[in-house]
Design a protein around this ligand. Structure first.
Ligand code: TYM
Length: 346
């Protein structure tokens, strides 16, 4: 048995999260995930943040674009404040243990569990027969991403909640089926004022990289003028801002802009409304544009600078993958041993 691997219910706290390199990073990714990754980075806690390129190919990716997007995402991680000396930064495909554990989990998870995933239903659409098998199995790979490190906390936006519940179900079933207490029951960390950033064109739809309208989102690569213009044009309602959060109910567009302001300014929604209650959007939007430009423009400038030296980015990713494998490899070996694979756990 591999003694280096924890097998009890008291797991050392460890943070894991991932983002797909499948297009531009946008404000939803930043506020719902990336900014929270930076907040959780500390000297006391091990943090691993991954560019999930294997998840990205569940739908077609042009190979050259995927490479570019992976490096740009890594630049975005660092520009937003992740420090490769403090957090392990890597791309998923360089750590083969993710795919290896995912196969075991494919054999633990049930078809019915996968069929209930709302993201599968949304992404596959009406033509499920034509979707890739990888898209269907996507959440089992996601569970493997997390559990290959025995991660206990996973910061994500609201839209990943169901996948994290499935991760808990897979861990529970594995532990139960094999009579072990091997995988932790991971906690989702869905916190902050902007866990679900909505589209600027339609307050009932989440901000997303797949929305055909570029005006619906702020991309992390947008310049200051573009950011200000998109905010100026964002859909709102004719009323002024309320003084209390209750006044934002049934006003999705207004609530979205206030949530974004609060998250960017590191304030609570109540604190923001105490300041801006009574103002019209014509006054609030320039305030929002100012804080957005102040916080986001330095990130996009730094991303562009980092992208001038992609060999340094590749070096960071390779080093991160090596560090990640040191944690993942004994956990995979022990998993194989539990499952009954000959030659495992040596
Ligand atoms: P992805 O790449 O779609 O999104 C990355 C992160 O951004 C968050 N997010 C949002 N948060 C708030 N408002 C929005 N409009 C918004 N849009 C996106 C997502 O919740 C996510 O946290 N399956 C994951 C990637 C993944 C992963 C993992 C995450 C693969 N393995 C393991 C955590 C742990 C995904 O597709 O996220």
């Amino acid at each position: 048995m591999n003694e280096a691997v924890q097998t009890s219910s008291t797991f050392t706290p460890r943070v894991f999260s991932g983002i797909q390199p499948s297009g531009n990073l946008h404000l939803g990714n930043y506020l719902g995930a990336l900014k929270r990754f930076v907040d959780m980075q500390s000297d006391e806690l091990q943090t691993l943040y991954c560019m999930v390129d294997m998840h990205a190919i569940t739908v077609w990716q042009n190979p050259a674009d995927l490479q570019q997007a992976t490096r740009e995402l890594c630049a975005g991680f660092i520009a937003a404040g992740l420090d490769p000396a403090k957090s392990i930064l890597f791309n998923q495909s360089q750590v083969p243990e993710h795919a290896q554990l995912a196969w075991v989990f494919n054999c633990v998870a049930r078809m019915g569990w996968m069929q209930r995933m709302t993201q599968w239903k949304d992404k596959a659409g009406k033509n499920q027969q034509n979707a890739s098998l990888g898209l269907f199995a996507y959440p089992a790979l996601m569970a493997a991403d997390i559990l290959i490190y025995h991660a206990t906390q996973v910061p994500v936006g609201e839209d990943q909640k169901q996948h994290l519940e499935l991760t808990r179900d897979i861990a529970t079933k594995f532990n139960h089926d094999y009579g072990v207490d091997f995988f932790p029951i991971t906690e989702p960390v869905i916190e902050g004022a902007a866990t679900r950033v909505m589209s600027f064109r339609d307050g009932s739809k989440k901000m997303s990289k797949s929305d055909p309208s570029d005006a619906s989102r702020i991309n992390m690569t947008d310049d200051a003028d573009t950011i200000a213009k998109k905010i100026r044009k964002a859909k709102t309602d004719p009323d002024g801002l309320p003084s209390e959060a209750k006044g934002l109910e049934e006003r999705p567009e207004a609530r979205n802009l206030v949530n974004i302001y609060a998250a960017l300014a590191d304030k609570t929604v109540d604190q923001v409304l105490a300041d801006v209650g009574g103002k019209q959007f014509s006054e609030f939007k320039p305030m929002l544009a100012d804080v957005a430009v102040e916080k986001l423009a330095p990130i996009s400038t730094e991303m562009a600078r980092l992208m001038q030296d992609t060999s340094e980015i590749d070096r960071i990713l390779a080093h991160g993958a090596q560090q990640a494998r040191e944690i993942a490899s004994p956990i995979l070996a022990r998993t194989y041993e539990i499952v009954g694979m000959v030659g495992a756990g040596k």
